[in-house]
Design a protein around this ligand. Structure first.
Ligand code: CAA
Length: 269
C-alpha cells in the first residue's frame, strides 16, 4: 500500500520520501512503482520522460528523521493501534508543526491514533483502496479534534493527485469498510457453510453480482492479515458477530498465507 501511495505522490509531482523498515523492503517498493509506471508508458498513459521525472522524485530511507521536511506524511504501517500510536508520537516530534499527519488505517479509530500526539488537530485519516494507484476513492476522515485546515489540505492533495476524495467521520470502518468487511466475512463463511470452492464462489460473485473480482481474490489482494486486523477492529467497536474474522482467515494468517504478498492465500501467485 505504501508503494502505491508513493506512486500516486510522485506521479502527482510531489517530492516524496518513502520510509521503510529495511532498505530491502524499500527497494522492493521502488521496483513496484517502476513496474507500474513502465506499464503506464507502454499503455501511453505517460511519456518515458514523465516516468523518469516521477521516479527521480522518490527518495528511500529507513530513517524516520528524514521525514522532518515533509508537508504531509501518510502512514501505512501494520494495522495495529499501538505501533501506529508510537509512530505518530514520534512523527509529532520530528515533523514541522504545520505538517499534516495522515493515517491510512482501514478500521482503527483516527482519534485514538491522534491522541498519541501533542497536536491532534493536525491528524486526519486518508484511507486509500487497493490497488491505490488504480482505485479512485480516498476517504478523508475527520476525527473530533482534526482542524478544518488539516482536513482541507488532505482533501485537496487527493483531488490534485487525480483521486476522488470523500469526507467522512471517524466512525468504525468509515464508509466502505463498514460495509465491505462484514460482507467479505460472510463470503468466506459461505465457503464452509455451503461447501463451495474459492474458485466457484469468485465465479458466482463476478458473474452473478457483477463484482470486478471475486471475494477470495479480493481478500488475497488486500492481504489476509490486513483484513483480519480490520475485522477485529470493527468487531471490537461495533460487536456484530459477522464482523469478527472467520476462523478460516485466522488459520490462514497463522500459517503465513497472507495472499498475494506472500505468494499464497486462497490462490497461489
Ligand atoms: N498498482 C498499479 N496498477 C495496478 C495494480 C497495482 N497494484 N494492480 C493492477 N494495476 C493496473 C493494471 O496494470 C491494469 O492497468 P493496464 O490498463 O495498464 O493493464 C489495471 O490496473 C487493471 O488491471 P487488470 O487488467 O490486471 O485487471 P482488472 O481490469 O480486472 O482490474 C482491479 C483489476 C483494478 C484490481 C479490479 O479487479 C478491481 O477494481 N477490483 C476490486 C478492488 C477493490 O475492491 N479494492 C478495494 C479493496 S478494500 C481496501 O483496499 C480497503 C481496505 O482498507 C482493506
Amino acid at each position: 500500500m505504501g508503494a502505491g501511495i508513493a506512486q500516486i505522490a510522485v506521479t502527482a509531482g510531489h517530492d516524496t520520501v518513502g520510509r521503510e523498515v529495511s532498505a530491502e523492503v524499500a527497494e522492493r517498493g521502488r521496483a513496484t512503482v517502476e513496474r507500474y509506471l513502465a506499464r503506464g508508458v507502454e499503455k501511453g498513459r505517460l511519456t518515458a520522460e514523465a516516468r523518469d521525472t516521477a521516479l527521480a522524485r522518490l527518495t528511500l530511507t529507513t530513517d524516520l528523521a528524514e521525514l522532518a521536511g515533509c508537508d504531509l506524511v501518510i502512514e501505512a504501517i501494520v494495522e495495529e493501534l499501538e505501533p501506529k500510536r508510537g509512530l505518530f508520537a514520534e512523527l509529532d516530534r520530528i515533523t514541522r508543526p504545520d505538517a499534516v499527519l495522515a493515517t491510512n488505517t482501514s478500521a482503527l479509530s483516527v482519534a485514538a491514533i491522534a491522541e498519541a500526539t501533542q497536536h491532534p488537530e493536525r491528524v486526519v485519516g486518508m484511507h486509500f483502496f487497493n490497488p491505490a494507484p488504480v482505485l479512485p476513492l480516498v476517504e478523508i476522515v475527520r476525527a473530533p479534534r482534526s482542524s478544518d485546515a488539516a482536513v482541507d489540505l488532505a482533501y485537496q492533495w487527493a483531488e490534485q493527485a487525480g483521486k476522488r476524495p470523500v469526507r467522512c467521520n471517524d466512525t468504525p470502518g468509515f464508509i466502505v469498510n463498514r460495509i465491505l468487511i462484514p460482507l467479505l466475512n460472510d463470503c468466506v463463511r459461505v465457503l464452509d457453510e455451503a461447501g463451495v470452492t474459492p474458485e466457484d464462489l469468485d465465479t458466482a460473485m463476478t458473474n452473478g453480482a457483477g463484482w470486478p473480482m471475486g471475494p477470495c481474490a479480493l481478500v488475497d489482494l488486500v492481504g489476509i492479515d490486513v483484513h483480519v486486523h480490520a475485522s477485529k477492529a470493527l468487531h471490537a467497536q461495533l460487536g456484530e458477530p459477522r464482523m469478527a474474522p472467520p476462523e478460516r482467515l485466522v488459520a490462514m494468517q497463522c500459517e503465513g498465507k497472507l495472499g498475494r504478498k506472500t505468494g499464497a492465500g486462497f490462490y497461489t501467485y
